[in-house]
Write a protein of this length. Structure first.
Length: 233
């Protein structure tokens, strides 16, 4: 959760996923280390961020919530990453951690200008990168879920499969509709507007099939949920 202004406006912090992280002493970043955040100017908060100066101090709270769980699968098994729009950013550190596995990366956007991070993913040890744009300006014409369905025959049905995804709610809803969860683990990182980021305000809940706690907070119990646990309305 990033504070974008020293004044009272905008009042609320803005939630972001970490794109890349370099620990202290990393050969590329020297003694200090750093976090990289990829963002798009869409409102007053991100407009303020675009006005930050090099060397400016920024107040941040994090890390928050729960991330992806690493699969208990042999490295020969297929792992699929599906990112819609800026959702692909949330999957990059996971892809780094899973380089020893057989990775297939699906990147989607409305137009070619919405396709992000392709070159960085190419630097990782991924088996193949698939691109989809809804207007057909780059790669497959259609949604990233349409593209995933067109490639399903690549993935063997007789062994477990792990899918990790992040993107707009409609994309996740469509993926939940088409995935057969038997033998498939599908974890999704949800995007949501957040008031506080640590569970106090209950402003970012999603409905789940848990009878004890049907409404769970994206910032606290999430942002990563098992997709089969989500109730879509």
């Amino acid at each position: 959760m990033l504070k974008v202004s020293d004044s009272h406006f905008p009042l609320l912090r803005r939630p972001f996923s970490v794109y890349k992280n370099y620990p202290t002493g990393h050969p590329e970043k020297g003694k200090s280390g750093c976090l990289l955040i990829l963002y798009k100017k869409v409102g007053k908060g991100t407009q303020k961020m675009a006005e930050f100066k090099k060397g400016q101090k920024v107040n941040m709270i994090g890390p928050l919530g729960h991330g992806f769980s690493l699969p208990a699968l042999p490295s020969s098994n297929d792992i699929i990453l599906i990112g819609g729009g800026v959702g692909i950013v949330s999957l990059y550190s996971l892809a780094e951690a899973l380089e020893s596995h057989k990775l297939f990366v699906f990147i989607g956007g409305k137009t070619k200008d919405d396709i992000l991070c392709e070159e960085d993913y190419k630097k990782l040890n991924v088996s193949k990168i698939f691109i989809a744009t809804e207007d057909g300006s780059f790669g497959y014409k259609g949604t990233v879920i349409d593209l995933f369905l067109s490639q399903k025959k690549r993935f063997k049905r007789n062994r477990p499969l792990s899918i990790y995804c992040c993107g707009p709610a409609e994309m996740l809803k469509e993926l939940a509709r088409v995935v057969k969860f038997k033998g498939v683990v599908c974890e999704a990182s949800f995007e949501a507007r957040m008031g506080c980021g640590f569970g106090a305000c209950w402003g970012c809940v999603v409905k789940t099939n848990d009878p004890k706690t049907p409404y769970q907070r994206v910032c606290k119990e999430g942002p990563v949920f098992n997709l089969k646990d989500i109730v879509w309305e």
